[in-house]
Write a protein that binds this ligand. Structure first.
Ligand SMILES: [Zn+2]
Length: 108
């Protein structure tokens, strides 16, 4: 993994979203909902090995496929599921960035 690239990506993310998830205007409910969307990685338990640092999640795991990602984007536009959608889309973007930094591809 290229640590320098990762640090640059992290800096770029926090420029776009100052304060990250600790922003004072973010409600605790939104914070918790977005945090719990990280449980989408539960689909890794369907793989063997469960964790492979060189594997690209996007397009490999069932909840990281094209159709689920389209659903996550759709959830962003429905007010009651907006935070879930935002959390899942952020998760997929970060997983895709991880693929790019480790394998040089955005998805498999
Ligand atoms: Zn993931």
């Amino acid at each position: 993994m290229n640590i320098k690239k990762l640090k640059q990506a992290e800096k770029a993310f926090f420029k776009l979203y100052p304060g990250g998830f600790n922003h004072p205007e973010m409600s605790p409910v939104a914070y918790l909902v977005i945090t719990f969307t990280m449980l989408v990685d539960i689909d890794h338990f369907m793989s063997n090995p469960v964790y492979d640092p060189g594997r690209c999640s996007i397009g490999f795991h069932p909840l990281h496929g094209v159709f689920p990602i389209a659903l996550y984007v759709l959830l962003c536009f429905i007010p009651k599921s907006r935070y879930i959608g935002i959390g899942l889309v952020i998760h997929m973007l970060l997983d895709s960035l991880d693929c790019q930094l480790t394998n040089g591809i955005w998805f498999v």
